[in-house]
Design a protein around this ligand. Structure first.
Ligand SMILES: *Cc1c(COP(=O)(O)O)cnc(C)c1O
Length: 387
């Protein structure tokens, strides 16, 4: 274990001291006024940061619970889901549909690509389509999807279809105003932009989506049943034992995000992304996705160089954890997160560790070249964005 660890993986992300302090508490009883007040505040603050008036439910479980809930409560027999799949997380959406034998139409694209509004609309226009699912950011490739314009295109060809967005990595760091962009089901997870350890997942549900859920009473769901979760909402009393200590800490993290201001949070992530991309370019490396997201930067490993070795040096020698590619992309890329509780100085540490790792593993890099490019970006950013 290094003297000091800097975690720059796209989940989990770093947890602020203010939040960690909350996590040290003794366990306490959850069927209590204390819990109900915390849950009420968590839900209200999530509405603020997701920019929505829709109900926001919080499940105890990792992000996948929200993905599963958003699909199996909604897609009914005889209807189908359109899923965009261009990476590992798209594949998970597909697997959930397949596991429950739901009707499915997959828009499959090469890894690193983002769908166009036309491509999605072409699939969504079939009246059998009940919902369209895709990501704000496909974390395995670092690609950003154009949620606003894809949503518009879907509504034009199929006004009834629900719009489900997996924002588990993109939420908070990237703008996705849920109401303004017509997102019916918005998924998030605590361990990414929400500055928490893993353990909570969030789902916002629009009034249109509730209607569909109400009609789909036979949905094959128990733990992730939206109707069960809704029953206790007026009293802020969830159906199963909530991870109440995590809710308390999440409330603190949300307070920090509200204090910073969600639009400033978006700007901070945009600056960190810009700085990281500038560094990568200065190092002569190439970005992987066509349309890069603001919450992580995914970089191709130079020809013949195994990214695993570079990542190992960065972690074991310098205490900075970067992420590898997933599945068949392992060894072929670096994924550098700048998500959640991440400052300009954290980003510079990540770039410095990448440079050192590259050099140690035989890639001809001039130390400091990436750093200088990133520093130029940070030097020009407004002060309030970096704090
Ligand atoms: C992390 C992530 C998830 C959820 O993963 P869990 O391990 O269940 O928390 C889902 N979608 C995307 C895009 C993610 O980045």
């Amino acid at each position: 274990m290094a003297l000091k660890e800097i975690l720059l993986t796209p989940g989990p992300s770093q947890v602020p001291h203010r939040v960690r302090a909350k996590l040290m508490e003794q366990a306490w009883y959850h069927r209590s006024t204390r819990f109900r007040e915390i849950y009420a505040q968590v839900r209200q603050r999530l509405q603020q940061v997701f920019e929505t008036k829709n109900d926001v439910l919080v499940f105890t479980g990792s992000g996948t619970v929200a993905m599963e809930a958003a699909i199996i409560n909604v897609v009914s027999p005889g209807r189908k889901a359109v899923v965009v799949s261009a990476g590992k997380w798209g594949e998970r959406l597909v697997q959930i549909c397949e596991q429950y034998k739901l009707g499915l139409d997959v828009l499959k694209l090469d890894y690193g690509r983002s769908p166009t509004p036309e491509q999605v609309a072409e699939r969504a226009k079939d009246p059998a389509v009940q919902a369209v699912y895709l990501h704000l950011c496909e974390t395995s490739t670092g690609a950003k999807y154009d949620i606003e314009n894809i949503g518009k295109a879907v509504r034009k060809v199929n006004p009834e279809a629900l719009y489900g967005v997996d924002g588990i990595s993109g939420a908070i760091g990237m703008a996705c105003p849920v109401d303004a962009w017509g997102v019916d089901l918005f998924m998030a997870g605590s361990q990414k932009g929400l500055m928490m350890p893993p353990g909570l997942s969030m789902l916002s549900v629009s009034p249109r989506a509730w209607k569909v859920v109400e009609q789909n009473k036979g949905a094959p769901t128990y733990y992730s049943s939206l109707l069960r979760a809704r029953k206790g909402l007026p009293e802020n009393d969830p159906p199963f034992t909530p991870a109440n200590t995590l809710f308390d800490a999440q409330n603190e993290a949300l307070a920090m995000l509200v204090e910073e201001g969600i639009h400033n949070v978006h700007k901070r992530h945009a600056v960190l992304a810009q700085a990281t991309r500038a560094a990568v370019k200065a190092l002569g490396l190439e970005l992987f996705p066509d349309s890069p997201a603001e919450v992580l930067t995914v970089v191709k490993s130079p020809d013949g160089l195994d990214s695993s070795a570079v990542i190992k040096t960065a972690r074991d020698r310098y205490g900075v954890t970067l992420a590898n590619g997933q599945g068949e992309m392992k060894g072929k890329m670096f994924r550098i997160a700048h998500m959640g509780y991440c400052s300009g100085m954290d980003t510079l540490s990540g770039i410095a560790a990448l440079e050192l790792g590259l050099k140690a593993n035989g890639y001809g890099v001039k130390l400091g070249a990436g750093l200088a490019a990133a520093q130029d970006v940070l030097a020009q950013a407004p002060k309030e964005v970096l704090l």
